[in-house]
Design a protein around this ligand. Structure first.
Ligand code: TRP
Ligand code: ZN
Length: 866
């Protein structure tokens, strides 16, 4: 009975999608009265509850670590009518409508999990998605219970002069003993995961946005006093997002106020709480001296994402957490569209596909694979995944392609109209698209239920004298945990044939839908030898296998009129070359080098595109193509190709480097492209072994008037052994030691280093006075960066696996979500050669044998060992 291990080895019960039942009780109104204090916060809640349907079941209020100080039922202390059932409060009720009052005390200062109400840097703030509200008060913590919130906050006025919550401010005033209060009311019914409160000493960047119907919205971005100058970019992105959603989706903002607060301790990117978004400060604060171009882009993307949730997530929310992709996949698609519209669509698509391949494809091929709408979970926090978010967005993108922009818009209009103010399902979304367009998406729904990345084989046969060609297609979907057999999916492929002689497309691009195991498409009227351009724009999230030769890929990389396809052809050529090197020990670098030269010197291309196109696939991506990963071999083959590209094209890199030198910072697409090119060229010069690279890099580092150039140079130096490396690292540290977001970059630059001593350096950095596992950004900056550094993390002598397992065990008691997110790097053990696989597996087993693991880590580790 009292065996502490017993609980640890029996995984907690899974929640299953098919078990969904509507809530027994609704809560149309909730009034919270919160007396805020870091160590002792009192939360009084008044819930108006209403029986939902004919049943005699008790009212079940979720709680997590709460002890009731008082419970009143219709104003009375009926001790026989309520009881604790584990962490939950259960109340027997006889009628249909009742008033429930509870009071609890919580300690934000002691909350290291960063879920519920917690303290960050002197600020009190909340994070309730997915199940954090139950750490604040007793409540039916599920997204299909929607309530109107009235929130009264009370706190010490000197320490917490600003008191924010969702909705509209109704009243404020002073109280005795140096306290003050604020009363907020949110007129829109919402699930409790969208509740938010912030108290602190903050200042705001305040501006006004006028909606298309002429309403003035007060916008506020709230930060610590010194950070105010870094909020302009986020503010501009917010206004642009508001205008974009009106224009592209017909969605206008609904409250009179929209506030954003930046906090430094946050488990995720940001949170879309109604009218009061809370952000990880890294996705708000940006200026040229401290943020890279990629940081600027990420700020705009996340600001847009959270803003877009006001409709896709808040006005229409999720019925249950299995529907998470309903809001996340759709909202990621919306933020991707927005960012594409703001800058270069081709480069944005390349970045999004690169992120999908880096994070989602491995997930889909590993022990944690799940469909975008999972069938079961133990801990919902573990399902905020690249699959639900990014593959979810790809599924929406395919719907957009299949229905066309107008059909898709008609569908989303109907969806918003039909489900406004309600909790919906993925099925509701698909039905709205069908009803608005007449399309039949029956088979397409497999994308919601089947996990695994489809493999599509494409081969083109042609008969030039006859003017004909035949494209043969086939698909298979690999087995995934719990899904040994799959049905053929609907795969939309944008296809064109290019003429080998003219370099021009023969006929318009076609959208071909492969919806059976095999398919065939015939082309006629061809006047020259055709070359196949397929899955243009990455129209489907698949792995493509084609019979295109190196010279055909090189041709496409130089001539395809779809920029993504051009990039993709180059990537495929590079991958084929690298894989041949790993598999056969020998390969011909010539075609890759020639293709890079052509791209580098093509006057029709912009620098931003060129910089993406000439980059080799990552070591991890090469590993993903192989049956068994040998990180050392992959690194050696890739380095050899890099060196050859660097040396053979040295003059071109020097040209590109000189051409892309800027003299004054500008945040324009052209200037951004030049900066990207500048550092990419520097990297190839370093790979060439040219004597002056360290000097060039250090000059770039020292002369930079922006973080992109500075961090780029530091990254190049960090891989080398020159004396300039230590100088630059030291100067960077001294200059930015007071700026946590920049100091994160200092940790990351070292954790990503290709040097052989990186595992030891990371180990040492984990004992650096500025390292802490308490801050998720700092933890990630060192530990996640190290875990994605394939050669360093998998260096058998480096002890990386033990290091990561120790980190997981150290972080788990404080912050289970953060700890669980470190597990997948070890969880991929089956993909590696036997020695490494065994060592990784042993660490997973050591974790599993540790008593007292969180549900979060337990689920990820046990699934990884299955
Ligand atoms: N809904 C948030 C988003 O995608 C995600 C999120 C924020 C989250 N904080 C979290 C998820 C904490 C889990 C735990 O924008
Ligand atoms: Zn989101």
């Amino acid at each position: 009975m009292l065996d502490a291990n017993a609980a640890a080895v029996t995984p907690p019960a899974a929640i299953r999608r098919e078990d969904y039942r509507p809530p027994d009780w609704l809560v149309p109104e909730i009034a919270l009265d919160v007396s805020l204090d870091p160590a002792h916060t009192r939360v009084k809640a008044r819930l108006t509850v209403r029986r939902n349907g004919e049943h005699r079941r008790a009212l079940h209020l979720d709680g997590d670590g709460l002890i009731p100080i008082g419970v009143l039922i219709d104003g009375e202390e009926l001790h026989d009518s309520w009881r604790m059932d584990g962490p939950a409060l259960v109340i027997d009720l006889s009628g249909t409508d009742h008033l429930i009052e509870t009071e609890v005390e919580i300690s934000p200062a002691a909350n290291s999990a960063l879920m519920g109400l917690y303290e960050s840097n002197g600020l009190l703030c909340t994070q309730c998605e997915a199940e954090g509200f139950r750490r604040i008060t007793f409540f039916p913590d599920r997204p299909d219970v929607l309530s109107r919130y009235t929130v009264r906050m009370e706190a010490d006025k000197a320490r917490f002069p600003i008191l924010l919550a969702n909705g509209d401010p109704v009243d404020t005033g002073d109280l005795a003993a140096g306290k003050h209060y604020a009363l907020w009311r949110d007129p829109f019914p919402k699930p409790c995961y969208l509740f938010a409160m912030v108290a602190g000493d903050l200042v705001a960047n305040c501006q006004v946005f006028t909606t298309r119907s002429g309403r003035d919205i007060d916008l506020g971005i709230w930060v610590r006093a010194g950070d105010l100058p870094k909020t302009d970019h986020a503010m501009a992105a917010l206004k642009a997002s508001m205008a974009w959603d009106e224009r592209v989706y017909g969605r206008e903002y609904d409250l009179a106020i929209f506030n954003i607060v930046a906090v430094s301790d946050f488990n995720f990117g940001a949170m879309e709480n109604k009218g009061l978004n809370i952000f990880n400060s890294r996705y708000i604060l940006a200026d040229p001296d401290t943020a890279t171009d990629a940081d600027f882009d990420a700020v705009a993307g996340v600001v847009a994402h959270e803003y877009f949730h006001n409709w896709s997530g808040n006005r229409v929310t999720c019925r249950d957490w299995f529907q998470l992709s309903l809001k996340e996949g759709f909202t990621v698609f919306r933020d991707q569209q927005f960012s594409a519209d703001q800058g270069s669509p081709a480069v944005k698509r390349i970045e999004d596909v690169r992120a999908l391949r880096a994070a989602q494809f491995p997930e889909d091929a590993g022990p944690l694979a799940h469909p975008i709408r999972p069938e079961s979970y133990i801990e919902i926090s573990n399902f905020y995944t690249a699959t639900v978010y990014n593959k979810g967005a790809e599924v929406i993108r395919m719907l957009h392609a299949l229905l066309g922009p107008e059909g898709f818009r008609a569908g989303t209009d109907l969806y918003f109209e039909r489900h406004d103010g309600h909790a919906a399902t993925c099925e509701d979304f698909v039905v709205a698209l069908e009803d608005a367009t007449g399309a039949d998406l029956t088979q397409f729904r497999l994308w919601y239920t089947q996990a695994g990345t489809p493999r599509v084989t494409a081969s083109l046969e042609h008969d030039v004298p006859g003017g004909r060609a035949r494209l043969k297609l086939s698909q298979t979907i690999p087995p995934t945990p719990g899904q040994p057999d799959k049905q053929p999916m609907v795969i939309p492929l944008r296809v064109a044939l290019l003429g080998e002689r003219s370099g021009n497309p023969m006929g318009p691009e076609q959208l071909i839908t492969l919806d059976a195991s095999e398919g065939e498409v015939l082309f006629d009227g061809l006047t020259e030898r055709p070359i196949l351009s397929i899955n243009r724009g990455f129209s489907a999230p698949i792995v493509l296998q084609s019979n295109r030769s190196a010279s055909e890929l090189a041709f496409l990389s130089a001539h395809d009129n779809d920029p993504f396809a051009r990039y993709e052809a180059m990537q495929q050529l590079m991958l084929d070359t690298l894989i041949a090197g790993v598999a056969k020990g020998g390969n011909d670098h010539g075609p890759v080098i020639e293709a890079i030269r052509d791209t580098l010197t093509d006057p029709a291309l912009d620098a931003a595109f060129i910089a993406e196109a000439v980059l080799l696939p990552s070591e991890a991506l090469i590993g993903d193509q192989l049956a068994e990963v040998d990180p050392e071999k992959i690194a050696a083959v890739r380095e050899a190709l890099r060196a050859d590209i660097g040396t053979t094209l040295e003059d071109d890199w020097r040209d590109a480097y000189a051409r892309s030198r800027a003299n004054r910072f500008e945040y324009t697409p052209t200037a951004k492209g030049a900066r990207r090119m500048h550092t990419v060229a520097l990297g190839y010069l370093a790979a060439s072994g040219a004597q002056d690279t360290a000097r060039l890099a250090y000059e770039q580092f020292a002369a930079a008037d922006n973080m992109t150039d500075r961090q780029g140079a530091l990254g190049v130096l960090a891989n080398g052994t020159a004396a300039e490396r230590e100088t630059a690292l030291d100067e960077f540290y001294q200059r930015y030691r007071q700026d946590p977001l920049v100091l994160d970059k200092w940790f990351t630059a070292q954790a990503l280093s290709t040097r052989a001593d990186t595992p030891a350096a990371v180990e040492k950095l984990s004992r650096h006075p500025d390292f802490t596992i308490a801050n998720p950004n700092r933890l990630r900056s060192l530990v996640n960066a190290f875990a994605v550094n394939q050669r360093a993390f998998h260096d058998l002598a480096g002890g990386g696996y033990r290091f990561l397992a120790d980190m997981i065990l150290a972080v788990d008691p404080r912050n289970p979500q953060s700890a669980a997110r470190l597990v997948p790097s070890l969880g991929r053990w089956r993909r590696f050669e036997p020695k490494r696989a065994a060592a990784m597996r042993a660490e997973l087993e050591r974790i599993l044998a540790t008593p007292g693991l969180s549900k979060d880590v337990l689920e990820q580790v046990s699934k990884s060992l299955n």
